[in-house]
Design a protein around this ligand. Structure first.
Ligand code: BDP
Length: 326
C-alpha cells in the first residue's frame, strides 16, 4: 500500500516535471555589446517582455559582451539551434544569405530613414525570407547608424588617403572588396580583437559607427574619425527558424510583438547614443573630419557591385528596387 502511494506520487511528480519542461521554453541569446549600449538595453527589454507576453511560456537568458563567441560563430549557433536568439549585424550574415548581402553594398542606402523604408517594403520582405530560409528569422530591425573610417595618423578625405592602409573589416567579401578598391589592404577580424590590433599597429585603421567607436575604446588608439559613411547596415533580433516555426500562431505573434517593442526602444536609445558618443570622443580629443566629397569613394565601388551581380545575377532587381525607393 505504502509502496503504491510512493509510486503514484513519484509518477505524479514526474508528470509535473515533464509538464513544465514541455511547455516552458528557456531560450538563450547572444549579443556582442557591453552594458549600457543601446542594443544591450533593448535586448534585455526583449528578455523582460517575452515571459510577460507569453504567460511565462518563453524565457530568455541574454549573454552580452560576446561571451558566447564571435559574431560569425554565433550566427552559426543560432542557425543550428544551439542558441535561439541573436542580435546580429547583417554584415556577417551576408556571406550566408545572398539576399541579406544587398544591405552590405557600400553606399546602397542614402541614409538611415531610407534603409528603414526599404526594410518596411517588399525589399525587406525578400531579405527576411532569404534569411528565414537559411535558419535565421528576423523578428525586428535595429538601427546601427552609418559606418565611417578611423585611424591613427591622418584624416581621410579621398580614396588616395586609404592607399596602402591596413583596414580592419567585418567578415564579408564585399568589405574586403571595398577596401581593396580604395587601394587599402583589408583585414577581416573579429570585433573583440580590433582594439589590440589598432593599438599594436597590426592594422592602421578600422570603420564603425559612433557608438561602437566609443564603447570599444577604439577612439583612444585611433584618433581621426572621417565621416565617409560608406556603410549603413541594419541589425536584427534574429531567431532560429525551427524554434520560431514550432510555436503556435499566438506565441509567434507574442514573440514578434516583444521584438517590435524592443526595436522601438533600441531606435530611440540609438539616436541619443550616437550624439552622446560623438560628444564623448570629441571631448576625448578625437579629430572629426567631415568628408566634403563622398563621390570619389562611391565611384570607386563599381567593381564591388559588378562582382556582386556576377555572383548573384538574380539579385539585380532587389538592388534596383532599393535604389528606386525614395
Ligand atoms: C558594430 C555592430 C556589431 C559588429 C561590430 C563589428 O553592432 O554587430 O560586430 O560593429 O564591427 O557596429 O564587428
Amino acid at each position: 500500500m505504502f509502496e503504491n502511494i510512493t509510486k503514484t506520487l513519484a509518477g505524479a511528480a514526474a508528470v509535473a516535471v515533464i509538464g513544465v519542461t514541455a511547455s516552458a521554453a528557456e531560450w538563450r541569446g547572444w549579443n556582442i555589446h557591453v552594458d549600457g549600449y543601446p542594443n544591450t538595453i533593448a535586448m534585455d527589454k526583449f528578455a523582460e517582455l517575452l515571459p510577460e507576453k507569453t504567460n511565462g511560456e518563453i524565457t530568455l537568458q541574454m549573454f552580452h559582451g560576446g561571451t558566447l563567441g564571435s559574431q560569425p560563430d554565433a550566427v552559426e549557433q543560432v542557425r543550428a539551434g544551439a542558441l535561439e536568439i541573436g542580435n546580429f549585424n547583417l554584415g556577417p550574415i551576408g556571406p550566408i544569405v545572398a539576399e541579406a548581402n544587398v544591405v552590405s553594398l557600400p553606399f546602397v542606402f542614402k541614409d538611415v530613414p531610407h534603409m528603414f523604408r526599404v526594410l518596411d517594403s517588399e525589399g525587406g520582405a525578400a531579405i527576411a525570407a532569404g534569411m528565414a530560409a537559411k535558419g535565421l528569422t528576423p523578428l525586428a530591425w535595429y538601427d546601427a547608424g552609418a559606418r565611417s573610417f578611423y585611424n591613427g595618423d591622418k584624416a581621410i578625405n579621398t580614396p588616395a588617403d586609404v592607399q596602402g592602409m591596413k583596414v580592419r573589416v567585418m567578415n564579408n567579401d564585399l568589405f574586403t572588396g571595398m577596401i581593396a578598391q580604395l587601394g587599402g589592404n583589408p583585414s577581416p577580424m573579429a570585433f573583440a580583437e580590433v582594439y589590440q590590433a589598432l593599438k599594436t599597429g597590426v592594422v592602421d585603421g578600422a570603420e564603425n559607427n559612433w557608438p561602437s567607436y566609443e564603447s570599444t575604446g577604439h577612439y583612444e588608439v585611433a584618433g581621426y574619425y572621417s565621416l565617409s559613411q560608406h556603410l549603413i547596415i541594419p541589425e536584427c533580433i534574429c531567431i532560429n527558424t525551427d524554434a520560431f516555426n514550432a510555436l503556435s500562431a499566438d506565441m509567434q505573434a507574442a514573440v514578434s510583438e516583444a521584438a517590435q517593442e524592443s526595436a522601438t526602444l533600441q531606435r530611440e536609445l540609438w539616436a541619443a547614443r550616437e550624439a552622446a558618443s560623438r560628444k564623448a570622443v570629441e571631448a576625448g580629443g578625437v579629430v572629426v573630419n567631415e568628408v566634403a566629397d563622398k563621390a570619389p569613394f562611391q565611384d570607386a565601388m563599381g567593381p564591388v557591385y559588378e562582382a556582386y551581380f556576377e555572383t548573384n545575377p538574380s539579385l539585380r532587381p532587389l538592388v534596383e528596387l532599393i535604389q528606386a525607393t525614395e
